[in-house]
Design a protein around this ligand. Structure first.
Ligand code: NDP
Length: 302
């Protein structure tokens, strides 16, 4: 029988204080301060949790203690790492609690994780986020959630890092929307890189070309923001790993294959980003994928 849902989320915890988790957990800690609750933080490398505690007033704890919270939020690289944590903590969960996974995970993992947690009386919501480290810092992330309506509404006020939160369907739908969103990012970024390489090979000044494209029908977030700020400057600030974007495109491709769908552009782009992650480096910023296009064309996009 399902344990009744906790109505008081007095203790919240955050697992995984990476580029996204660190600033996201800061918003939970600020809310706890305002509401008289507690935010526990755990990170595999403990120094990061201790740094969070001293900067934001959260409490650095063991994984087991964090798992006993009323609301558990996780943000790890992939669903595989979330599975590892579920294995480690399932006896420490509190019946009636909710686990909100903000990892850009795999839709196939979500029902399995939900069922696993249900054995301990804990609800599961897949709730990946969009907006990057900038929106994580300002608490304006877009959150796409899969799971039962009542559970989503119960946690909505507590997810203080969200600027917009949309329930997109049942368990797994959040992961699915995130994968497709990021596959679109991958396609747009790659296509813009190819376009600029062609222009560069023809001696066109790329700043001027982007000024025109951004006032024309070829524009996208990649031409308006990512390429001018990260590629043309040659800065490539590592806020979202190239390996993570390759992973997301691969999830969208898995979804197409599972449904026997036809998505040849996403298939090709997935292969290109996997190659870029291997050749340029999985830890590099995702925009560094364009360095592979540069190598293919013997020019620099600047
Ligand atoms: P990071 O690489 O910056 O952080 C990863 C976090 O996961 C770290 O806290 C790391 O701990 C932890 N971790 C890694 N492996 C394990 C493991 N085996 N067991 C326990 N903890 C582990 O990633 P991001 O914060 O950039 O990304 C997290 C998720 O958010 C990903 O799914 C990504 O696709 C998604 N995302 C990222 C965005 C971005 O702009 N960066 C934007 C939107 C979504 P440790 O410190 O010990 O290494």
């Amino acid at each position: 029988m399902t344990a009744p849902l906790t109505t008081e989320f007095t203790t919240v915890s955050f697992l995984g204080l990476g580029a996204m988790g660190f600033p996201m957990a800061a918003h939970l800690a600020a809310r706890s301060r305002d509401t008289g609750g507690r935010t526990l933080v755990w990170n595999r490398t403990p120094g990061r949790a201790e740094a969070h505690a001293s900067e934001f007033g959260s409490v650095a704890t063991s994984l087991e203690a964090a798992a006993g919270a009323d609301l558990i939020v996780s943000c790890l690289p992939t669903s595989a790492e979330v599975d590892e944590l579920l294995d480690a903590v399932h006896t420490h969960l509190k019946p009636g609690s909710v686990w909100v996974d903000c990892t850009s995970g795999h839709p196939d993992a979500a029902p399995r994780q939900r069922d696993r947690l249900a054995l301990a009386g804990t609800r599961f919501l897949d709730a990946p986020v969009s907006g990057g480290t900038a929106a994580a810092k300002t608490g304006t992330l877009t959150v796409m959630v899969g799971g039962p309506h009542g559970d989503v509404e119960a946690v909505r006020p507590h997810l203080a890092f969200a600027g917009k939160l949309v329930r997109v369907g049942d368990t797994g739908a959040g992961f699915a929307v995130k994968a497709v969103n990021n596959a679109l990012l991958a396609v747009n970024l790659w296509a813009a890189g190819e376009g600029l390489a062609i222009l560069g090979l023809h001696g066109v000044q790329l700043g001027a070309a982007l000024e025109v494209i951004n006032a024309s029908s070829g524009r996208s977030n990649t031409t308006e923001n990512l390429i001018p700020q990260r590629v043309l400057t040659r800065e490539f600030p590592a806020t979202f790993g190239l390996g993570l974007l390759a992973k997301d495109a691969g999830i969208a491709l898995d979804m197409a294959e599972a449904a026997k769908g036809s998505a040849p552009v996403i298939a090709q782009v997935t292969g290109l980003y996997r190659a870029a992650a291997r050749i340029v480096g999985a830890q590099e910023d995702h925009t560094a994928a364009l360095k592979l296009i540069e190598q293919m064309n013997g020019i620099e996009l600047k």
